[in-house]
Design a protein around this ligand. Structure first.
Ligand code: DX5
Ligand code: ZN
Length: 223
């Protein structure tokens, strides 16, 4: 089943609660929260206090995408703040297996993320441990960038591997997912569709989330 994950990075942070609730009315079923530290990526965003506030305005799962160095140090604080899903970058974890175990130990759904230049096959040893695999279809750090077409091959490869290995992880895609790309990512096999600019960028999150989800569902019906 395809699901839309509005990414709050492109929301109006001064009206975050209303923005999230509007995206939820438009059909968003998981809220994607981009955590950046200014080191792993060249931008800064938010930490556990914002997650705690979000927890009060929605019952939807909160999907924290950790674009930080040493994510292990923050798992507990994000778990206590109300995070439900947490994905860590292959490129940021010196001991990825340990990080994923730590996330699961805190009761969160563990996920692993890869940058555009990282091969899916490097993840084979940990695919059995994760609830979701996140394919970055832009270089992480900013909203509103253009979709990198090679990401489609990576999504297809993850779908093949899931079948071959008899696993059940879900395939998530993040970056440049918008009206002109959403059908392609769904056809390639992505099910968890993160969208920031395409949901919040025009200031009509309910309307734009609904239109995107409808386009995704139409594409899914033809697969
Ligand atoms: C980028 C973030 C994304 C971002 C996507 O580093 O991980 O979640 O919000 O933004 P769009 O959908 O605008 O490409
Ligand atoms: Zn993200």
């Amino acid at each position: 089943m395809v699901e839309l994950l509005p990414s709050i990075l492109s929301a109006d942070f001064a009206r975050l609660g209303e923005e999230v609730q509007a995206a939820e009315r438009g059909g968003g079923t998981v809220i994607h929260v981009d955590v950046m530290d200014g080191h792993f990526v060249p931008n800064l965003t938010l930490g556990p206090p914002v997650v705690k506030s979000l927890r009060r305005v929605t019952d939807l799962p909160l999907d924290c995408h950790m674009m930080i160095e040493n994510p292990d140090e923050f798992v507990e604080a994000f778990a206590e703040a109300g995070t439900n899903w947490m994905s860590v970058h292959y490129e940021a974890c010196r001991h990825l297996h340990r990080s994923l175990e730590l996330i699961a130990h805190h009761g969160l759904q563990p996920g692993v993320v890869i940058n555009p230049a990282t091969s899916v096959d490097l993840l084979i040893p940990v695919l059995g441990m994760v609830h979701h695999v996140l394919v970055m279809s832009v270089n992480p750090g900013f909203g509103g960038q253009s979709f990198i077409p090679y990401s489609l091959k990576k999504i297809q490869r993850l779908k093949e591997l899931r079948q071959e290995l008899g696993l059940s992880y879900r395939i998530e895609v993040d970056g440049g997912v918008a009206h002109d790309t959403i059908a392609m990512v769904v056809e390639a096999g992505a099910e968890l569709l993160v969208a920031g600019n395409a949901v919040f960028g025009a200031g009509h999150p309910e309307r734009d989330a609904r239109a995107l989800l409808e386009a995704a569902q139409q594409a899914a019906a033809t697969v």
